[in-house]
Design a protein around this ligand. Structure first.
Ligand code: NAP
Length: 439
């Protein structure tokens, strides 16, 4: 899509299914596929948002997870709700809650009470059971993290039963594992699309946009500014990921890095500050950032072909100064099982995730910069809804897109598979600013 050579594998989109040496896709997986899809981890904080967004848009996913009681409770809670009511609970603007055609799938009556959802309880621990439970399912949207533990069995089962796999991970090893299964996914005629949340959907679009703006680009930087606290599940995922240390991509390869490196000491301009509303003074302007192991270290390279990628998140100045000492200590501490378990328990004692008010009013900014060897550069700033609300929207739209593209197969990135224009067309996502020099 950018003129760069795809680093790992050829285009995932086939001219048409069944042509050339591509394996024939069974007709049941074509556009008219009527098989249900399954949402695993449906009663987690983000899983619940995904369930509401899916139902609101007229889907009837099978709600699944490893415990019966919360599944039953979720199915009960959602029964009789209306698409419009779910839009409000997600925190979508009133305009969305009231818009009949644009935001509700065609044929969805925003006031019609929803029927009871089917639910299935099964754990990921027994491959045979897992396979049986996925038989006849068109796709799995996997929301049960940390994915470091939950993605491997689910990926395997999806490949075996021929179901598409999507997840909301931001964990680099999980992306790498999925991309390592590219050929198997092609042979099985399925799509593996990890990372359909706040990380990496908008950042992948920023990467794609910048590669298009500066085709000679050699170095890519990406930063996320998402004010507000993470969910308990995200905290536990960070705890489990800490022993992996800080990563960057250099010459196409992932490598460990010390957070104290001079090159990481930088500020990022997140664009004009909103003049009013709850985000005024909290979203734009120059902000200090710290290097962070976002999933884009796995995806941006595959989307753009640019082998030098560094990722950041905003953080306070004093945290930036503390990081070179604190990160190695935290990393060592979290490598000890009992300490890690204590930290996970502490995360569980906090709130499950951001409040409705925060989902409703919060905004996120994404910044990206591409540079080439001639000192030309291009920057972009995107704005999107609060991260967990955005994840619900992006996850469901990505699933719709996979089901609507029967020629797509293999392990793909969001912008690589659908184009960055698709991402930029998602609701409430906008390009705030584009800057460039010499490009
Ligand atoms: N990339 C992004 O932008 C993005 C956005 C949002 C969330 N996420 C990620 O998504 C994941 C979920 O977040 P959350 O906020 O929804 O967390 P959460 O509220 O803690 O929910 C986690 C869910 O996963 C289930 N689960 C965990 N380990 C499991 C296992 N081994 N087998 C089966 N089920 C398991 C939990 O079930 P039990 O309650 O039974 O343990 C629960 O349903 C986290 O990894 C988070 O980092 C990423």
């Amino acid at each position: 899509m950018t003129g760069h050579q795809h680093p790992s594998h050829e285009s995932a989109e086939e001219q048409s299914p069944g042509e050339g040496d591509a394996p024939e896709i069974p007709s049941a997986r074509r556009r008219d596929d009527v098989r249900p899809w399954l949402l695993y981890g449906a009663y987690g904080y983000t899983g619940r948002l995904l369930a509401m967004e899916a139902l609101r848009r007229g889907h009837r996913p099978i709600l699944a997870g490893r415990r019966e009681e919360p599944l039953q409770a979720l199915a009960h809670e959602l029964e009789g709700r209306t698409p419009r009511g779910l839009a409000r609970e997600l925190g979508h603007p009133e305009a969305v809650a009231h818009r009949r055609e644009a935001e509700h799938a065609p044929g969805v009556d925003p006031e019609a009470p929803l029927p009871r959802s089917e639910w299935r309880r099964f754990s990921l621990d027994h491959p045979g059971t897992l396979r049986r439970e996925l038989e006849g399912v068109s796709a799995v949207l996997h929301a049960a993290g940390p994915f470091l533990h939950t993605a491997p069995p689910m990926l395997e089962a999806c490949l075996e039963v021929g179901a598409h796999y999507l997840d909301i991970t931001g964990e680099v090893p999980v992306f790498e594992r999925a991309f390592g299964l590219h050929q198997r996914a092609r042979d099985a005629g399925v799509v593996l699309l990890p990372g359909v949340g706040m990380d990496v959907v908008p950042t992948d679009a920023a990467a794609g946009l910048l590669a298009e703006a500066l085709p000679t680009g050699r170095r890519l930087e990406l930063a996320i500014h998402s004010p507000g606290g993470p969910s308990a599940g995200t905290l536990k995922t960070i705890v489990d990921g800490l022993p992996g240390g800080l990563l960057v991509r250099r010459d196409g390869r992932l490598e460990g890095a010390s957070p104290g490196r001079r090159e990481f000491r930088r500020e990022v301009d997140f664009g004009p500050e909103p003049q009013e509303g709850p985000m005024a003074g909290r979203l734009g302007g120059r902000r200090s950032v710290a290097p962070y192991t976002w999933g884009d270290l796995a995806t941006a390279w595959r989307t753009t072909g640019v082998g030098h990628v560094t990722c950041y998140m905003t953080t306070s100045r004093w945290q930036v100064r503390l990081l070179p000492v604190a990160l190695p200590l935290l990393r060592a501490a979290m490598s000890v099982g009992p300490v890690r378990r204590l930290a996970r328990r502490a995360a569980d004692r906090g709130p499950a995730g951001p409040s409705l008010e925060h989902r409703r009013t919060g905004r996120t900014r994404v910044w990206g910069r591409m540079e080439d060897d001639e000192r030309r550069w291009s920057e972009v700033v995107l704005e999107l809804p609060q991260g967990y609300r955005f994840t619900a929207v992006a996850g469901v739209r990505a699933l719709e897109e996979v089901l609507a593209r029967p020629g797509l197969r293999g392990a793909v990135t969001p912008a690589g598979a659908f184009g960055h224009g698709w991402v930029l067309g998602l609701p409430e996502l906008e390009v705030v600013e584009r800057r460039g020099f010499g490009g």
